[in-house]
Ligand binder design. Structure first.
Ligand code: ZN
Length: 137
């Protein structure tokens, strides 16, 4: 099994996360569509992993896909996320995990906009938006 930079045992993760966060991040559950707190968010900033704080996506790459979950066309850096083949639920999909702690974030699909053609379909509950500081007055 892959070793991650940040690891906790089950009790450790449960102490850090709310039950809703734990279900998605550590048990690969999916939040209900059109319910997540970042679905329509347009504020500028960096979306970090809710479990470990690893920077994952920039707001400039977020777009309205209509799929019901926050969608991005590119991670902040190629190594920020890990792609893992997922054949659960009788479908072949590509799971996206945080590359620092291995927590489940969502899936990536190939129906996204240019320039990448990718749709990183993420669970709001797995993310935390760090707002960009405005220009100094
Ligand atoms: Zn993480």
């Amino acid at each position: 099994m892959k070793r991650y930079e940040i690891e906790h045992d089950e009790a450790g993760w449960k102490a850090l996360l709310t039950p809703a966060q734990y279900r998605v991040l550590r048990e690969a559950d999916t939040e209900a569509p059109f319910t997540g707190e970042y679905l329509d968010t347009e504020e500028e900033g960096i979306y970090r992993c809710r479990a470990c704080g690893n920077p994952l996506f920039r707001s400039e790459t977020k777009y309205h896909s209509g799929c019901g979950w926050p969608s991005f066309f590119r991670p902040i850096e190629p190594g920020a996320v890990e792609e893992v083949p997922d054949t659960s639920r009788g479908r072949v999909r590509t799971e996206i995990r945080c590359n620092a702690c291995g927590s489940h974030l969502g899936h990536v699909f190939t129906d996204g906009p240019q320039p990448t053609g990718l749709r990183y379909c993420m669970n709001s509950v797995a993310l935390e938006l760090e707002l960009e500081e405005g220009p100094a007055e």
